[in-house]
Design a binder for this molecule. Structure first.
Ligand code: SAH
Ligand code: DHB
Ligand code: MG
Length: 216
């Protein structure tokens, strides 16, 4: 389901708190024309990411899974002047569209897109840490692995947010042992139990697990 098939209350919330500008609207219209899957966060979720960034005065953010740049534009726009978003994307076609729309949105100076498998980029990212914020939203079989990296990269007081924590309900199906669902379950268990985190799942579209890294 395209993420912008909102119900009336969500639409009301979006109209009041998260109206899209022309660039975000154009990007959503352009994605299906370019055969990019419409699996971006919706505007209400974009606003929620911005809210989380503001709660901690985030300046440095990491995103795993750029797609066409939709969530990255929301994130970058919540960063102060001099702030930085590093975003990781495997698919060169998605990456090219994301770069194009970061430019249209006027956030190029704040965004660095690193192309390649996220696990490879994460293995090299040590010198860029610590981050204030990490948004995990890429291939689900690696969801738990990405969280383990994020726990090494996000500072105490920082926030980790993980999309698709419900996998459209599949996590509740006891017969579903597919690698993506198993990894999402493992990620959720880690979010709940890792002593470094204080976490919950916010019941968005498909569940957004959020954790704040406790002071050391
Ligand atoms: N955060 C985006 C949506 C991301 S969709 C938004 O809300 O706008 C997931 C993205 O992860 C896709 O673009 C896909 O190409 C990318 N992806 C899949 N496997 C990946 C990998 N191993 N490393 C990095 N990116 C990957
Ligand atoms: C799907 C949705 C997402 O938000 C995502 O990041 C990946 C996949 C999906 O509905 O398949
Ligand atoms: Mg997602």
């Amino acid at each position: 389901m395209p993420s912008h098939d909102m119900n009336a209350l969500e639409q009301y919330t979006s109209d009041l708190f998260a109206p899209e500008d022309e660039v975000l609207r154009e990007l959503r219209a352009e994605m299906p024309r370019r055969n990019i899957p419409e699996i971006n966060v919706n505007s209400v979720e974009g606003r929620l990411l911005q809210f989380l960034l503001h709660t901690i005065d985030a300046r440095k953010a990491l995103e795993i899974g750029s797609l066409g740049g939709y969530s990255g534009i929301w994130i970058a726009r919540a960063l102060p002047a001099g702030g930085k978003l590093i975003t990781l994307e495997l698919n060169p076609h998605h990456a090219a569209t994301a770069r194009e729309f970061y430019a249209k949105a006027g956030v190029t100076d704040k965004v660095e897109l690193r192309e390649g498998a996220a696990l490879d980029s994460l293995a090299q990212i040590g010198p860029d840490a610590p981050f204030d914020f990490c948004f995990i939203d890429a291939d689900k079989p690696n969801q738990a692995a990405y969280l383990k990296h994020a726990l090494q990269l996000v500072r105490p007081g920082g926030i980790i947010a993980v999309d698709n924590s419900y996998r459209h309900g599949s996590i509740l199906d006891p017969t579903d042992h597919s690698p993506d669902v198993e990894s999402v379950r493992e990620c959720n268990r880690l979010m709940a139990s890792d002593p470094r985190l204080f976490s919950t799942i916010i019941t968005t579209n498909d569940g957004l697990a959020v954790g704040i890294v406790k002071p050391q």
